[in-house]
Ligand binder design. Structure first.
Ligand code: PRX
Length: 705
């Protein structure tokens, strides 16, 4: 033990040095240049754009984005910082998001497809919805929400739906009325949906009876019953559940209707046929929607996004980075239930009158040729997906793209760091070595992209997101607040020095947590109304290269990024603790070749409890409380948790063991002997394994920002 201790002490010192080490070993990748055919048609080709958006022109530079929208009333103040850090953009301005995404396109694009729905069942033909049809459907749904549900401006509505056309229709109907939508990812459990209903104070839940996933028809209505029960247990009563039908002629769910509470939307809509609802003229800073995301503490945060600033930012970035023209067929494979879908399936593309594709199912169903067949069939020319999807398509169908005749002009990757190897397959095979790739780094909180290459202007560097977006001024700080400038060769915490229109406004119902989590760390003067004093703390570790390309290393807090989706360890741990036999639970991320990171669970049992069947119970609890997405890779029952003398569980040590990495210094623990027991249990009795640790695993559990 003594030997191991000394060894670990030494390794611990080395691991403290490794931030610098990353830079030393960090191989500069060869860059790739955009092809001239793309450049010739691109929306953003002015090399002076960075100058136009430089600090001397801030904040007025963002007028360019806001001017892409149709305003009922032009704004008077571009940025109001008087209640820092609660920034207000385009103050005095008025507009409606549904008008901007639908009505204003009718004159020119009435009969152009706004959305094309692709069922997972490949025998069903794609269903296009023109802008005219979208207009009618949004109006009728808005009339229903207003007149049947009594919803009005400022009310919140929870939407728990799969990837179907009816989801953007419902969102835009809410936006038309100024009703704040809170879309919960369809794959989240009924309980997770219920918790979000309670937090947002919704009294209407909108759902769908069922949907296809991996070839199975899933009963989704059953989740609405669970959500309502969970909400009512916590004191929030859902008055009406509106259920869209997945099929015109039959029900997709065997779950019975609840009399007086549940209503089939498709039936109700008959009463509203042809009704038109004038779009409510909203203040630019009125909330458009809430999007819940995970943080360091157990409770998900309702990120509140504004109408004017958000819409301006996603429209501008969709135009210049996604390079969307109204003639493009754009397909983002994300789910609308996450921020990527809100910004870059619905609001950004529709504000630009693009055709946006909505695919219901999993990319590899029924085989890994599916995405490329869809692209070929619909003439998709802009493609947007995540490293997880890229890894999995590469693994199961590396040659598939070659079989199909699609042609992408640009492609995006988002949500997690992408390995240069996976990037190169995306570029060479999916993009045929000619498609421009943007790696966009951003977050639920930020509304839109923060770093990315400008597709016609900047070379691509595999594994690095790119330089800051126009008008975004990042800074990388070390823990003490010392700046690590580009080329410093050390990783630190990436922050954004300035506000931008897409930044969220607050955490719904918890402004203190908003300030504490995102601004307190590097703010020096709480009373300041000068934006320079309020750097936004993104919660990611990053290395900023000399050429100003950012390499994102992953989260620095207790958030696990599973397949590009954020899960809080505390959320998963509380789910484990709902199993009565469990005394303590600790969740750690483990590196997964396909999904980036996946959770692994350690539990200690209450005295006298037999371990049989407990791991299964814990897994089920996690799936029930959060959803299948959070399913742990393994549940390990341990005699005790490694703890500090003050009783804090050392998740970092467990993470190292799970990842077969050196666990560093454990001499300060209250029970160091348990570490070796756990190591042997997980890794076997051989010598301590010492793989190099990725940065997020090394830092895991050390900062609770
Ligand atoms: O760690 C970063 C990672 O995903 C986190 C944000 O997750 P979420 O709010 O769910 O939004 C995902 C879609 C924008 C970030 O803090 N992340 C996102 N994009 C990238 C990334 N990591 C590396 N490279 C990216 N391009």
């Amino acid at each position: 033990m003594a030997d191991a201790g000394t060894q670990n002490q030494k390794e611990g010192d080395e691991s403290r040095l490794s931030e610098a080490e990353i830079a030393v070993h960090w191989k500069e990748e060869e860059v790739y240049y955009p092809n001239p055919r793309f450049v010739g048609q691109a929306n953003l080709t002015d090399p002076n754009v960075s100058d136009r958006f430089s600090e001397k022109n801030f904040p007025e530079c963002f007028r360019e984005y806001a001017d892409l929208l149709s305003w009922d009333k032009y704004w008077t103040t571009t940025l109001d910082t008087s209640k820092a850090p609660f920034w207000k953009w385009f103050v005095g301005g008025k507009l409606n998001a549904s008008f901007n995404c639908v009505d204003r396109h009718l004159e020119k694009y009435r009969n152009k497809a706004a959305l094309i729905f692709v069922s997972e069942n490949e025998e069903d033909p794609p269903e296009a919805v023109t802008y005219q049809e979208l207009y009618i459907r949004v109006n009728e749904m808005a009339a229903l929400l207003r007149d049947f549900c009594g919803l009005k401006t400022g009310d919140r509505v929870t939407i728990h739906m799969p990837m179907v056309t009816e989801l953007p229709v419902t969102m835009l109907a809410c936006a038309r009325l100024g009703v704040i939508h809170s879309v919960v990812f369809g794959g989240f459990s009924g309980e997770a949906c219920g918790a979000r209903i309670v937090d947002s104070g919704s009294r209407v839940l909108i759902t769908m009876d069922g949907y296809y996933r991996s070839g199975k028809l899933l009963d989704h209505k059953v989740n609405a019953d669970i959500a309502c029960r969970k909400a009512s247990e916590e004191g929030t009563k859902i008055e009406k559940v509106l259920i869209w039908k997945r099929f015109r002629d039959k029900s997709a769910s065997p779950t019975p209707m609840v009399e007086g509470r549940d209503f089939i939307v498709n039936d109700l809509l008959k009463k509203f046929r042809g009704h038109l609802v004038p779009p409510v003229s909203m203040a630019a800073e009125a909330p458009l929607f809430l999007m819940y995301t995970s943080g360091s503490t157990g409770k998900p945060k309702g990120c509140q996004h504004s109408t004017g600033g958000y819409l301006a930012y996603v429209t501008g970035t969709s135009k210049y980075i996604q390079d969307i023209h109204p003639t493009d067929v754009y397909w983002c494979m994300a789910d609308i239930g996450w921020i990527t879908g809100h910004s870059y399936i619905v609001y950004g593309p529709l504000a630009l009158a693009a055709t946006s594709v909505i695919y219901e199912g999993v990319p590899t169903f029924p085989d890994p040729g599916r995405p490329w067949r869809i692209a070929e069939q619909l003439g998709v020319n802009i493609f947007h997906t995540s490293p997880t999807a890229i890894r999995s398509l590469r693994k199961v169908g590396p040659e598939e793209p070659k079989k199909y005749h699609y042609r992408f002009k640009c492609m995006t990757t988002v949500g997690e760091p992408i390995e240069p190897e996976a990037w190169r397959w995306y570029y060479e095979v999916v993009g045929r070595g000619e498609t421009v790739v943007t790696d966009t780094w951003w977050q639920t909180e930020t509304g839109g992209f923060l770093c990315s290459t400008k597709p016609a202007l900047d070379p691509m560097k595999p594994g690095s997101t790119g330089p800051p977006m126009p008008g975004i001024y990042p800074v990388v700080y070390d823990e003490t607040g010392k700046e690590l400038p580009p080329g410093a060769g050390r990783a630190g915490n990436v922050c954004i020095r300035n506000p931008w229109p897409g930044i969220f406004q607050t955490i719904w119902g918890d402004p203190d947590r908003f300030v504490r989590t995102y601004y307190a760390k590097y703010n020096k003067d709480k009373t300041s109304t000068d934006w320079h004093d309020w750097p936004y703390f993104a919660g990611d570790g990053a290395l900023w290269a000399k050429d100003r390309y950012m390499r994102i290393l992953g989260r620095v807090d207790d958030v696990i990024n599973v397949a590009g989706h954020r899960l809080g360890t505390k959320e998963i741990e509380s789910a484990c603790l709902t199993v009565p036999e469990v005394a303590e639970a600790a969740v750690v991320p483990i590196v997964d070749a396909e999904r980036g990171r996946v959770p692994e669970v350690y539990i200690a049992l209450k005295p006298g409890v037999k371990p049989e069947g407990i791991p299964e119970k814990v897994t089920l609890a996690v799936e029930t409380v959060i959803g299948k997405i959070a399913r742990p890779r393994a549940v390990r029952i341990v005699p005790d948790m490694p703890k500090t003398r003050s009783g804090k569980i050392m998740r970092r040590v467990l993470a190292s063991i799970s990842n077969r990495m050196d666990y560093g210094d454990i001499t300060t623990l209250a029970n160091p002997e348990v570490v070796e027991q756990i190591r042997v249990q997980v890794q076997g009795a051989g010598p301590v394994e010492k793989k190099a640790a990725p940065e997020d695993i090394k830092r895991f559990g050390q900062d609770s920002g």
